[in-house]
Design a protein around this ligand. Sequence first.
Ligand SMILES: O=C1O[C@H](COP(=O)(O)O)[C@@H](O)[C@H](O)[C@H]1O
Length: 262
Amino acid sequence: MGMTTPQVVVHRDKELMAQATAARLITKIVDAQTARGTASVVLTGGRNGNGLLAALAAAPARDAIDWSRLDLWWGDERYVPADDPERNHTQAREALLDSVPVDPARVHVMPASDGPYGGDVDAAAAAYAAELAKAAGPEDHGPVPRFDVLMLGVGPDTHVASLFPEHPAARETERTVVGVHGAPKPPPTRISLTLPAIRAAREVWLLAAGEDKAGAVSLALGGAGEIQAPAAAAYGRSRTLWLLDRAAAAKLPAGMYPPASS
Ligand SMILES: O=C1O[C@H](COP(=O)(O)O)[C@@H](O)[C@H](O)[C@H]1O
């Protein structure tokens, strides 16, 4: 499956971006549940990902989702103890998950450093890969489910999930999940989906708001290489959507997105 051409939507500010993305996500989940009975979404950590989850929690239309028929996965996780406030899961619980009736068996949390794999982050990553493979059906034609939506916060250095520029995890072409050692952004030890796993998703949504993301957005959308700018290498099978605020879009060339969208 080839790369889908990125579509860019620019919102006035990060609050409106979070609210509009929450509305978009609700519709996408309801549509998937209508079509297939269930929906699957991959969550991201970071400021924009958590902002989106908080907006989703605050949206009255969240009740249109059948939370018991939703599978939630993570694109990456910080390999620290389970109750550490730095965990993407801990932050997602606070922003949304503790206030909606999700089925705990469908919330696929990446392992923590005080869990069964202890200090062995590579074994923890392999276990998550096995969980993904178990969830994949024949219709998925591969070792990960065809997620309905996979969200990625874009870091100021163009990292997505825990795939950092020029880092070995960004070069992985076989495994679907890897342990990340020596990440340039703390904490250094992480678990991440790889680019092949990300590209299994039907839709990939990249979120970036704030002026500190403007350079990363223009680099990734301006033709940078995959290893130099992992965000440039993240795309979905049927859609790749960049959801920005004006500040993050400030360095994009004119004409890359419709003016009406901002
Ligand atoms: O470390 C991480 O950072 C990115 C982006 O975070 P942000 O705060 O700059 O928006 C996030 O996507 C990733 O999940 C997280 O682990």
